[in-house]
Design a protein around this ligand. Structure first.
Ligand code: LMR
Length: 396
């Protein structure tokens, strides 16, 4: 069976982490996978999460299977975090969620659910989008269509082109949108644009599938949820894939959520039975540990306040690093404009350099970024910024 199998190339994002680790250059810089790093280049465990873990270890009395949706008090807390406690869909009992193995698990189960409801449905994804969206959605059987999103010349969202293309979508098509901190570009929709997308989706009967993987790292916990909150106020249906990898720092614990908004509470309950049966056919039930930590944080006022403070600190530091990189590039190579880095949100920006230049940065300077020139801004530090900026200018 395996004699014909061919070796695959490394994953375009995760492969960078292994290559970086194997690189002996002491000056190496990792701007690859989207993980937060502190001043020392470490991805720390949140203090609030560590305390939740200590408490959970004392309290946990069994390792028996958990129910397919996961912990009920995780789900109620995460729904409020995403939509806000007073959201009309929540008050009307039309929202459900389940714990999933990371945001990827949520995307995959969501895609399978769509395919059960509408086999071979078309889902519109932004061009560009996160490298793993197409495999996750496509392998569930969905047809992928693209809408233009980012204009590399202006380093901003090409909203007119996005809307013009989506006008050609068919009633019932799915619309994948990044809730905040667009991956890979860092260019987000503003509130007026979210309102216009909501109007368009309502008028054309499109169903949004929101990927919310960076809540709190763009503009604030509530601010970053403006898009999904607005869409689900105006529309009868919405799916949302949530990740706790970045905003709880629980990357390897694999915890996320799939949230649905349905027209009625009865339809919401019916949807959950399908979500559970889909998960049963893939991984049976979610891992519990990450969910236990998240629910402990979210349901304890003091831990919640501490966690919010930690998320705020990360976000502010990323904005400082954006300014540091843009200003250092300006100082060392004033002919090229990198000011756009300051205007973008979340961990990522597109540098806008060629694949050859990205590869030279890797081979000559041990600077690692995705071939598209996506950088993880959180990998920049006061220690490496001059080296990094000099190298970028040298390859330009
Ligand atoms: C990224 O985009 O770098 C992260 O979401 C990590 C991943 O799984 O690709």
């Amino acid at each position: 069976m395996f004699e014909a199998i061919q070796k695959l190339p490394p994953d375009p994002i995760l492969g960078l982490s292994s290559a970086f680790e194997a690189d002996p250059n002491p000056d190496k810089v990792d701007l690859g996978a989207g993980v937060y790093k502190d001043e020392a280049g470490i991805t720390p465990i949140f203090k609030s999460v560590k305390e939740a873990e200590r408490r959970w270890e004392q309290q946990e009395s069994t390792k028996v299977y958990i129910s397919p949706p996961g912990f009920a008090d995780f789900n109620t807390a995460i729904q409020k975090l995403i939509l806000g406690a007073d959201h009309p869909a929540l008050l009307a009992g039309r929202v459900r969620s389940v714990m999933t193995p990371g945001g990827c698990g949520a995307l995959r189960v969501g895609a399978e659910l769509i395919n059960r409801c509408k086999p071979g449905a078309t889902i519109w994804v932004s061009k560009p989008t996160w490298a793993n969206h197409v495999p996750l959605l496509g392998s569930a059987g969905l047809k992928i269509a693209e809408y233009p999103y980012y204009n590399g010349a202006t380093h901003s969202v090409d909203f007119a082109a996005m809307v013009a293309t989506l006008e050609s979508a068919a009633r019932g098509d799915l619309l994948l949108v990044h809730g905040c901190c667009h991956n890979p570009t860092g260019a987000d929709l503003n509130r007026k644009q979210w309102d216009a997308v909501t109007e368009l989706a309502a008028r054309k009967g499109l169903v949004p599938f929101v990927d919310l993987a960076y809540q709190g790292l763009g503009d604030g916990l509530d601010e970053d949820a403006y898009g999904p909150r607005t869409l689900s106020r105006a529309l009868p249906e919405l799916l949302l894939a949530y990740s706790c990898s970045k905003n709880f720092g629980l990357y390897r614990d694999r915890i996320g959520a799939l949230l649905t908004v349905s027209p009625t509470p009865e339809q919401a309950d019916a949807g959950i039975t399908h979500i559970n049966s889909i998960a049963r056919g893939i991984y049976s039930m979610p891992p519990s540990h990450g969910g236990a930590l998240v629910k402990t944080v979210l349901n304890d006022p003091a831990l919640y306040a501490q966690w919010r403070g930690e998320v705020d600190g990360m976000r502010k530091r990323i904005h400082v690093l954006r300014a540091l990189l843009a200003d250092t590039l300006k100082k060392l190579g004033p002919s090229r404009d990198f000011e756009f880095i300051k205007r973008e949100f979340g961990m990522f920006s597109f540098l806008g350099i060629s694949k050859e230049q990205v590869q030279r940065l890797r081979s000559e300077y041990s600077i690692y970024m995705v071939d598209s020139s996506r950088i993880n801004v959180a990998g920049v530090s006061p220690k490496n910024v001059e080296y990094l900026a000099q190298a970028i200018i040298a390859v330009l």
